[in-house]
Write a protein that binds this ligand. Structure first.
Ligand SMILES: [Zn+2]
Length: 462
């Protein structure tokens, strides 16, 4: 009897191990199957390391790139090719966030049931959310600046415009010398994978914290004598603003006022709000991980915290996470998580995937969002000038970020528009662009005008 029960225990143990092993395999298969299949040595999908088949299209069905037997062809327009380079990618995989690399399995038609074996020569049609026309407008508006432009629908998450510069023409790729500053970080998608000193755009986060943590902040008066000392550091302002309210402090982007507010809040509270607003999150855009923003509020000295509250110092902000925060302000709480894939179909047109909206958690309290929205509108009316954005119901904040002691500064403009057909949040970042109002806001206007006119055309058709 003893031997039998021992054997039974052994069999039972083996059965449990087998069950756990099968469960583990299935989990791995469903979560990682597509990346196993898209491994570049898989001859079903690749010819000499180049993805064999698939067609990438924009939201309107414009072909961005397509492959047949390992040969890739691109859009006819050179401007479009350059504008969508970082979204489309290149066959050698150097642009890690490009669709050719990131969505290889979806492009070729891999699925969990039949694997990669049934794949024909044409592959699947993968529709991206971007509008190549809007991307082209953004690329042309950006001129020679390095940086990024992102526009997305904060209700649905669809990214309509995403460009990263410098860029190049994938149909005629240049020889890229890594020491040539013209091509600095050319393979990097600055929208997803970089973080930059935010300059005054960060004052929105300091404002957010102040509205919730400092009772009576809206009836306080701040004094700007042009520069102030905090914790042994001199905080300089761009002007001498005198006695000003909180709203005026944001309108004129007063460093002295925001440094005083940051000092009242303290590093721990500011750190808490960088998390609450979602800036320190790494988002997943259809599996493309964004870089988390980073700050030094927990360890910085009192003077550096004051500079941090102004948007300088140790602050580094990822453009995509800033855009999402703008979407949350617009919607008074939560926003959509951006997505770059609209749908995929078989070459015959049968849909193989559907668009499912994903939302963030609550990034801002609704009352705070209402106040910030009103302040962002008064920035436009009182400082930037509504005439710079004809026809747009726009809410924004500029930033002119100082980089070390050099004279060049980087230009930011971020915010959102309210429009039934075009509920869009945006971020523009131009390295060396100088004044945020002069450079980034002008780029944003061109891109948004295009985006809004395309949205009203689309709504008229429906
Ligand atoms: Zn000032």
């Amino acid at each position: 009897m003893k031997t039998i029960s021992k054997r039974a225990i052994l069999c039972f143990t083996l059965a449990i191990i087998l069950l756990i092993g099968t469960g583990y395999f299935l989990t791995q298969y469903f979560t990682k199957g597509s990346s196993w299949a898209s491994f570049s040595a898989n001859s079903h999908l690749y010819t000499n390391g180049v993805l064999k088949s698939g067609t990438l299209l924009d939201r309107n069905g414009e072909i961005l790139a397509s492959a047949s037997d390992g040969v890739w062809h691109y859009n006819d327009s050179q401007s479009v090719r350059k504008a969508v380079l970082h979204t489309v990618g290149i066959p050698d995989g150097k642009i890690a966030t490009g669709a050719i690399t990131k969505f290889a399995a979806r492009l070729t038609g891999y699925n969990f049931i039949t694997g990669a074996k049934h794949i024909g020569t044409e592959g699947n049609r993968l529709y991206l959310t971007i509008d190549s026309d809007i991307c082209k407008t953004a690329y042309e508006a950006m001129g020679s600046y390095k940086g990024t432009v992102g526009v997305y629908n904060y209700e649905t998450g669809e990214i309509l415009c995403l460009i990263s510069t410098p860029t190049f023409d994938p149909a005629n790729p240049p020889t890229i010398d890594p020491d040539n500053s013209l091509y600095e970080g050319v393979y990097m998608n600055r929208f997803y994978s970089s973080s930059f000193i935010p300059g005054s755009t960060f004052k929105l986060v300091t404002l957010n914290a102040a509205l919730e943590e400092i009772p009576g902040i809206q009836s306080m008066t701040f004094n700007c004598p042009g520069s102030i000392e905090i914790g042994g550091k001199t905080i300089t302002c761009t002007g001498t603003h005198g006695d000003i309210s909180l709203e005026t402090a944001l309108n004129v982007s007063c460093n002295c006022a925001f440094a005083q507010i940051a000092d009242m809040l303290g590093g721990e509270t500011l750190s808490e709000y960088t998390e609450k607003t979602g800036l320190t999150d790494s988002y997943s855009v259809n599996g493309i991980k964004t870089k988390a923003s980073s700050f030094g509020f927990e360890t910085d000295s009192q003077g550096d915290i004051a500079w941090g509250g102004v948007g300088q110092g140790s602050d580094l902000v990822n453009p995509c996470s800033m855009m999402i925060y703008m979407g949350a302000i617009a919607q008074e709480g939560k926003s959509a998580i951006p997505q770059i894939i609209l749908k995929s179909t078989l070459s015959g047109g049968l849909k193989t995937s559907f668009y499912i909206k994903n939302r963030t958690g609550t990034l801002i309290n609704s009352e705070t969002a209402k106040t910030i929205t009103a302040f962002m509108k008064s920035n436009v009316i009182n400082t930037y000038g509504e005439s710079k954005f004809p026809g747009l119901d726009i809410y924004g904040k500029t930033g002119t970020a100082q980089v070390d002691s050099s004279n060049t500064s980087n230009s930011w403009f971020t915010g959102f528009i309210k429009n039934e057909n075009a509920p869009y949040a945006f971020v523009v970042y131009a390295e060396g662009g100088g004044s945020g109002v002069k450079t980034a806001a002008a780029i944003a206007n061109k891109v948004l005008q295009k985006a809004v006119s395309k949205a009203s055309e689309a709504s008229a058709e429906n």
